[in-house]
Design a protein around this ligand. Structure first.
Ligand code: SF4
Length: 882
């Protein structure tokens, strides 16, 4: 163990205080391990506290002995009080939210009391911001005095008063271990303790002889991998080692966690793996609200008060905390087949909308109906106490079945307990005796859950810590990440709500650069001396440029260079070793997907195989307003209705402008899908705008229909079955026009940009839809294939091919021998259909940029785009010549 036995022996006799809770826990653990290794069956835990725990224990004694009656505010209560003060005296112009301002005011309040600067606060407040804070502090203090509140920042001073007046008994002796300095308020308290007869022994942890190494890597990701490899090597050499990994910016903890998973415990990479017992521990597990069990509860509560975004609705439907394992598959089907196909103009759902959908789906998750019943009529109206709302919240969650009947793993259990504690903490906000609406309660609960989640330590051999959390602890090995001059010494900043003169006079952090350097040096020296070996790592190059090893660390340690260990990796599997698997035959010649089957097969065999045969599809998403598919359908339906009514170009020509507009308006109104949900003013306005836009675009388009040779619309949206090779494809033809002097034209409505008849060319046509339709025709019957490009502006036009001029208003070069083209397409499309039926699923995109960029199969095809994007020698030469 890194703690010397002589130190552990002294713990049983006297209370021991350490600067932080991490250090106190580590020392208690070291004591227990030693007792266990000495075969002692039972022992009295030592009195080892953090400084804050020690103050709270003295305060509890003052309460118990009756010498104190004030309410010691919890951080949540103090925050609520600051919010009240800010509401009484709002800042003239605030860019920050009230919560952020309350946090800032709270931190300034803590500083002025820790450095005993409060008597001079008003005198030194000369700028606008400092005067504003001085006003807030006066109001805050008056509220505290009026209601007999005490803040944690004032605790040391209050205890000093009790000791001075002998209203508090003190321990006969205390050991203070690992403190680098004390604030003035703490110094006064320690003096008062000594004056009251307490013998205080201040010690530092015994120093070790530190061997230092340095690992330099080319980039930051490699640095994390090198640190993980170093930790693994150290553990392999001695599995009993205690290793601290120091991370200057703890927001990088998730990235480090993922590297550790890959290199230290690959079995935990599975999303279903229980990660409550890893060989490493992170500084904290992030905010409580990021634990999926708590995120589920909060999203469920948000759903009771208003609409929730589609991704969150899906997360609730798939959550293991609301659905049993058996019900989750049904819930996933409900999500993809019902929820995501609902026609909405906003990508969010209210509880009522969701409930309406469940009524038509017997297999829908039962929790939706259960909470809907509980909330009908809504008990969330009106104002209640925080404790009442907390009780109702528990009922809602219980009714929904949260957190499910399955056995929770230890981490989930702790998250559930922490959430329960958060509800209890919010209930204490009733200290102001107010009633609030449910939305206020929920806002406070969400804020409370944004606090860090500290699961119980598993005493893992690798501890990932910030510098301050690592102080006053002893380790076998220390790995200091990001050891550059940008991180060491750490920057100190002056507080923006306190005058600079006040901060400098009282020696607050950030006011004097020379004091900041001294503090950083003594902190780092202490950290390095408490470990037997240290490894510094840093990346030579980062996004901010070239990096330099910290001169401060060089002066403290003079490290020797060490080569980064090569991360373990599995050898790649040789492709030749893979056997070509035999494919099951197609179950039937009729394949769902129409012309898309051939389009995908032409683009990439694997894409067609995955999308059509494996049914690998992305769940449909709902965007704000109409998406491209909905806009297209809206236009198709309108045109279908219009031409069913008008039938011929001649009739169109004979209509007056007003008649044409009126018919378009009627067709548009009838084409709005009946199942489209448009309940709000925004949705109704959006719909009206879209109708108006479509009317104007189609009215312009109809003038283009008059530019053609005379025709009759024979059919619209006509279903057909087209045999092609071994397949039979179902299609729906947008429009078939019959020309006055014989022959037909196929029309395809298009609203996108990328429409070009050249997409019909080659062995791998990008858009084989119209070529496929053409196979339905007998020789000399087909006179034209046309894209009706219906877009506002100059893009609106006819494109395609025709067998003779003036059938369509398209350029001269579009005249083609259509019968020959059909024969060529028949051969090409038959090959594609045969390949698809035979399971030709090669990963071979026709154009990586075009086909792969938005391809949802990319996850499973594992393509390496660089292999396809590497320019040929010719291309490189061409580019160079330009
Ligand atoms: S990402 Fe590219 S290579 Fe992979 S399946 Fe899609 S189109 Fe084919």
């Amino acid at each position: 163990m890194p703690y010397p036995p002589a130190l552990l022996d002294t713990l049983a006799g006297r209370p021991t205080i350490l600067p932080n809770a991490n250090a106190a826990h580590a020392l208690r653990q070291a004591y227990s391990d030693r007792q266990r290794s000495s075969s002692i069956a039972a022992w009295q835990p030592p009195d080892v506290f953090s400084w804050d725990q020690f103050l709270e224990s003295l305060w509890s004694e003052a309460i118990v002995n009756g010498s104190e009656t004030r309410l010691l505010l919890s951080p949540a209560q103090e925050h609520a009080l600051w919010l009240d003060v800010l509401a009484l005296k709002p800042p003239p112009s605030a860019l920050a939210s009230p919560d952020a301002l309350a946090n800032l005011a709270g931190s300034a309040w803590s500083l002025v009391h820790a450095y005993e600067a409060h008597p001079r606060l008003r005198l030194t407040a000369l700028s606008h911001d400092t005067r504003t804070f001085a006003d807030w502090a006066d109001l805050f203090r008056r509220e505290c005095v009026r209601h007999q509140y005490l803040t944690r920042a004032e605790l040391a001073s209050a205890l000093t008063e009790h000791l001075t007046h002998r209203t508090l008994t003190v321990p006969s002796e205390l050991l203070l271990l690992g403190f680098l300095e004390h604030t003035p308020a703490a110094q006064r308290l320690l003096s008062a303790l000594r004056d009251a007869g307490c013998v205080i022994d201040e010690q530092h942890l015994p120093q070790s002889n530190t061997a230092a190494h340095q690992i330099i890597t080319p980039d930051e990701t490699t640095e994390l991998q090198a640190a993980a490899a170093r930790a693994r090597t150290l553990l392999e050499e001695n599995p009993q080692s205690h290793i601290a990994v120091i991370l200057p910016d703890t927001s990088e903890a998730p990235a480090l966690d993922s590297v550790f998973r890959e290199l230290l415990a690959p079995e935990l990479e599975l999303v279903t793996a229980d990660t409550s017992s890893t060989p490493w521990e992170m500084p904290d597990a992030g905010p409580l609200s990021t634990q999926s069990l708590v995120a589920t509860a909060l999203d469920l509560l948000r759903l009771t008060t208003g609409p929730l975004e589609l991704p969150k609705i899906s997360a609730l439907l798939l959550s293991p905390y609301l659905n049993s394992p058996e019900a989750r598959l049904q819930a996933a089907r409900f999500d993809t087949a019902v929820v995501r196909t609902t026609m909405l103009l906003r990508p969010e759902f209210e509880l009522n909308t969701l409930h309406r959908l469940t009524q038509a789906t017997p297999s829908a998750p039962s929790w939706i109906a259960n909470i809907h019943t509980l909330l009908t009529p809504s008990p969330l109206e009106g104002q209640r106490t925080f404790a009442d709302w907390a009780g109702l919240t528990r009922s809602i969650l219980q009714t929904a079945g949260w957190p499910s009947s399955r056995t929770l793993n230890p981490l989930e259990q702790q998250a559930q307990e922490a959430f329960d504690a958060a509800l209890d903490t919010i209930s204490t906000l009733d200290f102001r005796g107010r009633r609030v609406p449910f939305t206020t309660f929920l806002t406070r609960l969400i804020r409370q859950c944004a606090e860090p989640f500290h699961p119980a330590s598993t005493n893992a051999p690798i501890q990932v810590l910030s510098i301050n959390a690592a102080l006053a602890q002893s380790f076998d090995h220390l790995i200091l990440l990001r050891s550059t001059d940008a991180n060491y010494p750490a920057k100190e900043r002056a507080h923006p709500l306190l005058s600079f003169a006040l901060q400098a006079d009282t020696d607050m952090p950030g006011a004097k650069p020379e004091r900041a350097a001294e503090r950083a040096q003594s902190t780092l020296r202490s950290l390095l001396q408490n470990s037997t070996s240290t490894t510094f790592t840093f990346a030579r190059q980062t996004a901010s440029g070239e990096q330099r090893f910290s001169p401060l660390l060089t002066s403290l340690a003079s490290p020797q260079s060490l080569d980064p260990a090569t991360p373990h990796s599995e050898p790649p599997i040789a492709l030749e070793a893979l056997q070509e698997p035999s494919l099951p035959p197609l179950p039937a010649a009729e394949v769902i997907g129409g012309a898309r089957v051939l389009k995908l097969q032409a683009a990439c065999g694997f894409q067609a195989f995955a999308a059509i045969r494996l049914r690998s599809e992305e769940p449909r998403s709902i965007t704000a307003g109409f998406d491209a598919l909905e806009s297209g359908n809206f236009l198709h339906k309108t045109m279908e209705r219009f031409w069913r009514a008008v039938k011929t170009q001649k009739n169109l020509r004979n209509m007056s402008h007003d008649e044409r507009l009126q018919l378009l308006t009627d067709c548009i109104n009838l084409s709005i899908p009946a199942r489209l949900i448009a309940d709000t003013d925004w949705e109704r306005s959006y719909l009206s705008l879209q109708k108006d836009r479509l009317r104007r675009v189609l009215n312009t388009w109809l003038t283009k229909e008059l530019d053609r040779s005379p025709f009759t619309v024979l059919d619209s949206e006509k279903p057909a079955q087209i045999p092609i090779g071994p397949l039979s494809l179902s299609v729906r033809i947008d429009r078939i026009d019959q020309l006055e002097d014989g022959g037909f034209v196929f029309v395809d409505y298009k609203t996108g940009y990328s429409v070009d008849p050249r997409q019909w060319d080659g062995d791998r046509p990008d858009d084989p839809q119209l070529p496929l339709y053409s196979l339905l025709m007998q020789p000399e019957e087909l006179k034209g294939l046309a894209f009706a490009r219906i877009r506002a502006g100059e893009e609106m036009k006819w494109t395609g091919m025709q067998s003779e001029e003036n059938i369509l208003p398209i350029p001269r070069g579009s005249v083609t021998d259509i019968d020959s083209a059909i024969e060529e397409w028949r051969s090409i499309l038959t090959t594609l259909a045969t390949d698809f039926a035979a399971g030709a699923a090669t990963v071979n995109p026709k154009d990586v940029n075009l086909n792969c960029t938005h391809c949802v199969e990319r996850l499973i095809c594992r393509i390496n785009p660089e292999a396809f994007l590497a320019p040929s020698a010719d291309e490189a030469t061409d580019e160079g010549a330009q």
